[in-house]
Each structure stands twice: as C-alpha cells, then as structure tokens.
Ligand binder design. Structure first.
Ligand code: NAD
Ligand code: AKB
Length: 321
C-alpha cells in the first residue's frame, strides 16, 4: 500500500533527520514535513512542507485530508528543561498534540501513529542500572509526567479502539545535523560543537552524571524499524525501552580528547542536574531486541569518531561559503 506520511515537528532535532530518511524510503512527495516554523533548507527544497500548529485540530484534519495521510509521526513537544520553565503550556502541548493525532486514528482517518516517549518516564524511585522495561515509573518533571501519561493513553487507544500506535523511549539523542531543543541531555551535543570551535566546554551537569544516550542514526533506524515491523511483533503499545550508550560528561570528554588533545571541560552545574539525577544511568532493552529484533550499532568510540569528522567538515564548509 502506498503510504503518505505526515511528520509533525519536522524542524526539530529528530525531524530534521527523520524527514530526509523517510523521503529516501517512501519518496520525496509522499513525506509531508510540518512545523510552526520553517524546516531546514534541505527539507524545504526536497518535498512538501506545511505550516501546522498541532494544537489546531481542524487544521491538522485539513492537512491530513489534503495529502491523504496514512501515517503520522508526532515529534512536536516541549522537552524536559524547557518544560520546567513553562509548566502549563508544556502539559497542554504535550498532551493535546497526542490526543489530536490519536483521535484521527480512532476515527480511522489515519492508519498508524509514531509517538516518542523518553527515559524521562522514569524517576528517582526507579532502579537506575539497567532499568527494566517494566519497573517503577514515578517521574518528577512536567515532561516526564506528560510522557508517562502519553504512554498510558497510547496503550488505552490500542486496547479500546485498536489504534496502531508505536512508541520508543528514546535516550538522549546526539547528532551533528541538527541542534537539540531544550532537554537535559543537550550537553552531549553542545560539547562537540564547543570542542571544535573553542577547544573548551562548560558543562551544566557534573562530571560523573551517567545517562543513557544514542547516536542519531541508531535512533532514526529504530524509529523506521518499529514502524515497519509486522503488527504481530509489536506487543507493547505503551513504549519500548531502548538502551543506546551510557556515559558521563567526563567519559565523553576523554573520548573527545583522543581527537582534540587540547580540549578542556569544566563544570557549572544548574537546575538540570536534578533532572538528570532522577533518570536511569543505563537501560535494559532486551524486550525490544526480542520483539522486533532491535540492535544498537554505535558505541561511544564510533559515535565520537563520526561526530568529529562530520562536524569538522560542516564547520569547514561553512567557513568556505
Ligand atoms: P525539538 O524540540 O528539537 O523539536 C520539536 C519541534 O516541534 C520543533 O521544531 C518545534 O518548532 C515543533 N513544535 C513546537 N510546538 C509545535 C506546535 N504547536 N505545532 C507544531 N510543531 C511544534 O524536539 P526533538 O528533540 O526533535 O524531539 C522530538 C520528540 O522526541 C519529542 O516528543 C521529544 O520528547 C522526543 N524525545 C526526544 C529526545 C531527544 O534527545 N531529542 C529524547 C527522548 C524523546
Ligand atoms: C531531554 O533531555 O529532555 C530529552 C529526553 C531524554 O527526553 N533529550
């Protein structure tokens, strides 16, 4: 069956990369990017784009009808650090966006939904090492509460209305093509940019704060694999744990030193430390491995090598322009 895909939040960290990968697989004209602001030049020039505020369900309906959309990837959200600064709005956006999309699937207007959850569903009472798929989830951030509520609603819509919704609890994501959007794990992207530009970085988390992270190519592949998996393989309709790579600021800094000898890190901890301390240090993703054959490909060494090569090229190209 021909799929027409709508990506909501195409200008963000994940959307910037996901739209282009989906266009490679499904055809440029069949993947419609959308956001409240323009997306990257590459997205804007390679296929359709719509300005869409996902809070406006009539406008969402109009765009879905116009492009005969069969699948929606809902990426619009306010992330952990920004959400703490605007509690009411973040809760409204993170929940209303999900209901607007799930309700289209409930009415059978669209057939399939991807909605990302996060390691933020876990909280200070969760076992922090190799956090299991099923465990205590008592998040203490607005963002984490919205993700946990979202997971429960996804499962509810599957159970009650047979909505084919699929979800991953992404770890912190690291890529060189786009900037992070206001999360607690943003340091792990910023550190590469600052290492290349200034040879120094002041980190807002302390040196020993180990968190689960993932290189973007693994995250994009996971997203496509879960969406393309046969229906029978997707047995969890809340959200699947994904492990990725666990490291601390000190460890990633040591890895960067193998490429930039003179790079120096120092620390100026802020409110994000408390959020990071409430999250797992490592994740057990054996259930995703078992159900839909998930395998992480990147470790810290390989990710750092690719980040350094690609970002150095990007800055060199920009300075030649
Ligand atoms: P991001 O903040 O970089 O991008 C979100 C995009 O949504 C932005 O381009 C923004 O303009 C857009 N947006 C905001 N309000 C909108 C609205 N009302 N209507 C339409 N678009 C709107 O976020 P991201 O990092 O790309 O994350 C995408 C999703 O993945 C989110 O649900 C996030 O919670 C989840 N996630 C991300 C990470 C990560 O490390 N990046 C980790 C776990 C989960
Ligand atoms: C954040 O830090 O808020 C995100 C996430 C892990 O959900 N990167």
């Amino acid at each position: 069956m021909k799929e027409n895909i709508l990506v909501v939040g195409s200008s963000g960290q994940i959307g910037t990369e996901l739209v282009l990968e989906l266009r490679k697989s499904y055809g440029n004209m069949n993947v419609i990017a959308s956001d409240i602001r323009d997306s990257s030049d590459e997205i804007m020039s390679s296929g359709p784009f719509e300005i869409l505020n996902i809070m406006d369900k009539d406008e969402l309906f109009r765009i879905v009808k116009k492009h005969q959309i069969s699948q929606v990837y809902l990426l619009a959200a306010i992330l952990s650090a920004n959400a703490e600064k605007n509690i009411d709005f973040s809760w409204q956006l993170n929940m209303t966006s999900l209901f607007n999309v799930l309700n289209l699937a409930k009415e059978n207007i669209i057939k399939k939904v991807f909605w990302p959850s996060s390691i933020a569903v876990f909280g200070p009472t969760t076992p922090q090492i190799k956090t299991p798929q099923y465990t205590i989830t008592e998040p203490n951030t607005v963002y984490g509460i919205s993700k946990l509520a979202g997971e429960r609603w996804c499962e509810y819509y599957f159970e009650k209305f047979n909505v084919d919704v699929r979800s991953i609890r992404y770890p912190g994501l690291i890529g060189w093509k786009s900037q992070p959007g206001g999360g607690t794990t943003d340091y792990a992207v910023e550190i590469f940019h600052k290492a290349i530009k200034d040879k120094e970085y002041t980190c807002f988390l302390n040196s020993k704060t180990t968190l689960p992270m993932m290189y973007m190519p693994d995250a994009i592949r996971a997203t496509k694999e879960i969406m393309e998996a046969p229906l029978s393989e997707i047995k969890i309709r809340s959200s699947y744990n994904l492990a990725g790579i666990s490291f601390s600021p000190e460890e990633i800094s040591n890895e960067i030193n193998k490429h930039i000898d003179s790079f120096k890190i120092d620390y100026n901890v802020d409110f994000r430390q408390k959020i990071a301390d409430s999250w797992p240090k490592s994740i057990d993703d054996s259930v995703a491995q078992e159900h839909w054959n998930w395998q992480t490909q990147y470790d810290l060494k390989r990710m750092t090598e690719e980040m350094m090569i690609n970002l150095k090229n990007k800055y060199k190209l920009a300075s030649n322009e």
